[in-house]
Design a protein. Sequence first.
Length: 152
Amino acid sequence: MDVERLRAYLLTLPNAAETMQWGANLVYWVGDKAIGGKMFALINLDEPPDPATGKPHLVLSYSVGPERYADLLEVDGLVPAPYMARIHWVAAERWQVFSDAEWKRELRAAYEITLGKLPKKVRATLALPATEQRRLIAASRKLLQARSKKAK
């Protein structure tokens, strides 16, 4: 697996949205964050650190839920995700931790876990036709921008 193939797969999931945040991180959401979507995966695009630091470069972090968290930490190459371990996220040190098919299963499961946690109002919005969803997302973004400008 690599960034481009994984990105192409993630964007095929229903109502998946992609943002660039926190430097060079592709963040994947179930539903747009403007309407209350939640993130389920993060791909780190930063270059690997200098080998002299000894700190591993984490290529991908994702939600696994409390049921699988401890078991997945036993897999060589998976570690608790920085800042997100408390909500049962793991991070991969390299793409070779899983095969392509296994990565797809892992990330589909992360998507499903996150979808199940969405509030009813957000799930109802995601059930709307695409044109209606886009209209609501645009209106929500406009409202968020107005609030942001007011706060300044």
